[in-house]
Design a protein around this ligand. Sequence first.
Ligand SMILES: C[S@@+](CC[C@H](N)C(=O)[O-])C[C@H]1O[C@@H](n2cnc3c(N)ncnc32)[C@H](O)[C@@H]1O
Length: 209
Amino acid sequence: MKIYIVGIGPGCKEYLTLKAVETVRDVDIVVGSSRALELFDIEENRKYILSKNIVEDLKKIIDYSKRENKSIAILSTGDPCFSGLLKTLLKYSIVDKDDIEVISGISSIQVAASKLKISWEDYHIVTLHGKEENRKLLLELVKDNKKVIFLPNKNLKDDVKYLIENGVDVNRKIIICENLTYPNERIIECRLKDVLDLELSYLLVCVME
Ligand SMILES: C[S@@+](CC[C@H](N)C(=O)[O-])C[C@H]1O[C@@H](n2cnc3c(N)ncnc32)[C@H](O)[C@@H]1O
């Protein structure tokens, strides 16, 4: 029985790797959000859609695949090793490191860097996604005028309010990369204070210099 954690890239089919497509084609069960599963042609009887209760769902389906000796691919957005499902699976001891193979995917950070034509090794990379405690780190970096690429927490406006309330200039520039690779992709360059008036989705990568 084999467990694959498969990176699916930012969300558009063209950004899937051949390795991801072939792995998904060859396994017995494919697990993921509806958004992730839609990227592949998978027969209904091989699909398992994750609910909001991700940890419980993953435990259940992995137990089942072990019992029935089925191979399984767990789909993870972007790259599984950045703010992705790999951490969840290991943190909650849902899988053993030795039992899994991780298939890397194109991270939303990489796509944002390519859209903006910037070299991401020049930037500090921070995720606030499920990690509100990293806001303090972001604040220190921004106050220090470091270049930062960050994934916001659920609501970018809250993160921006935090920065402003803690002394960051309301006129500091921010670039917001929204819905990357989707038809409704937007790149918005504005001041921090303008973010508070924007209608944004949750798929955001932000850059501050
Ligand atoms: C759980 S994290 C996963 C990050 C992922 N592992 C990666 O490497 O991109 C989910 C967050 O990634 C960012 N993200 C993922 N896909 C995106 C896209 N197509 N456009 C913009 N941001 C995206 C958003 O900030 C989203 O809330």
